[in-house]
Write a protein that binds this ligand. Structure first.
Ligand code: ADP
Ligand code: MG
Length: 391
């Protein structure tokens, strides 16, 4: 799999027998810190990565939309008339094409006039691993969203496109995700992270300075697939809503560490631990941003490590594979390590000196073999620019 714009254009031409109008790309993301805080109106600090999803698009002169992907052989087809429906009739969308078709539908929700828009053909290629917690879903959503924003000359800003992607994930795919992933994919900058206030949607680019510090981000993909649309993610979301309701606040953003004693008195143990994770994680994001500004990335390790423990013990979204990857990286000299993404599988990340990448990769691989786990996939990623036109 590759996302070179040229090869994506070639794949498009092979499939549709014509050249695309252009190629757009959306990166995956790593969340440096701030997990499950986004849907609690809190703070997150992700960055876009140098692994991207590319989409080649050409307009059609009818109302048909066709999408294909290196990922799945069949071409999925829908009519714009079916997507021009505020309620989105049940059964219109299924499978992976719910992501691109969902973006079309969500663009309509934000004011795009689908009645006068031409159909299009699109081909997708990606080197973002799916289901690894690197948000291949947002990479895809954002690639399609920026492509159609240009093709249809919609003039939406990046913040609106992030909300389009989130709405499509929530309503067309049925995954109750927050605004973080799309924001990272759209606002990312080279060697920088995106500090996002998920309540106001204000974002600020924060220099990471990894290169000058001799540090790398090592992704350790456990290859334990998570399933966002079901199970634990939705349960954690429900616990947070319950905690906020019982604490009498609109969202957990509205309480801080001063409220922890009251939370402990008023909430059952499980809800209290969920709430404590959110409160402390929000504070860790703020502390990380401050520390990056004053002392650089070499100084954020304790915050990153504490985030992992909070997710493991209070939020209970880690799995043994993630814990082993984190502990092995820490034992091999990582500045800090934590699971990243929604949890229950996917990837962990380590902030690590460049000269320790090989040794740590070997150590994690051996530790997984010894534990009888599936072989992990380890690779470095670099903070990269956000979604846009590539060709
Ligand atoms: P994550 O975002 O962590 O990778 P998700 O479950 O949210 O995991 O999204 C993965 C899903 O997104 C895939 O199962 C598939 O439906 C869709 N998807 C992502 N990338 C592609 C792609 N390149 N081609 C087709 N579908 C894709
Ligand atoms: Mg996703």
């Amino acid at each position: 799999m590759t996302t070179s714009p040229r090869s994506t254009a070639d794949s498009f031409a092979a499939r549709y027998n014509r050249a695309p109008d252009g190629v757009w790309q959306g990166p995956g993301r790593v969340n440096l810190i701030g997990e499950h805080t986004d849907y609690n109106d809190g703070f997150v600090l992700p960055f876009a990565i140098d692994r991207t999803t590319a989409v080649a698009v050409a307009a059609r002169d009818d109302r048909t939309v066709r999408v294909s992907s290196d990922f799945a052989d069949a071409v999925a087809t829908v009519s714009l008339d079916d997507l021009d429906d505020p309620q989105l009739a049940a059964g219109t969308l299924s499978g992976w094409s719910a992501y691109p078709f969902g973006v079309v539908w969500a663009l309509r929700h934000f004011g795009a006039d689908l009645a006068s828009a031409p159909g299009f053909d699109a081909h997708v290629a990606s080197d973002v691993p799916t289901g690894a917690g690197l948000s291949s879903s947002a990479a895809l959503m954002c690639a399609i969203a920026v492509a159609l924003n240009d093709e249809w000359q919609l003039g939406f800003d990046a913040q609106t496109l992030a909300r389009v992607g989130q709405l499509a994930e929530n309503k067309a795919v049925g995954a109750p995700t927050g605004i973080m992933d799309e924001s990272a994919s759209l606002f990312g900058r080279r060697d920088a992270a995106v500090f996002l206030d998920c309540r106001s949607l204000d974002s600020e680019v924060i220099d990471l300075g990894l290169e000058q510090s001799g540090l790398e981000i090592l992704v350790m993909n456990t290859r334990v697939d998570h399933a966002h649309a079901t199970g634990g993610y939705a349960a954690r979301r429900a616990s947070c809503e319950k905690g906020a309701r019982l604490m009498g606040v609109a969202s957990l953003r509205d309480i801080d560490s001063d409220d922890l004693p009251r939370a402990e008195r008023e909430l059952d143990d499980e809800t209290f631990r969920r709430v404590r994770h959110i409160i402390t994680e929000n504070q860790r994001v703020l502390d990380t941003v401050r520390t990056l500004r004053t002392d650089g990335p070499g100084a954020i390790g304790a915050l990153v490590n504490a985030s992992h423990l909070s997710m493991r013990d209070d939020f209970e979204i880690s799995v043994p594979e993630l814990d082993l990857a984190v502990e092995t990286a820490q034992a091999n000299g990582a500045v800090g390590a934590r699971m990243t993404g929604g949890g229950f599988g996917g990837a962990a990340v380590a902030l690590i000196s460049s000269d320790r990448v090989g040794q740590t990769t070997d150590a994690v691989t051996h530790a997984f073999a010894d534990a009888g786990f599936r072989e992990p996939e380890c690779f470095t990623v670099h903070p990269a620019d956000g979604a846009g036109r590539a060709l």
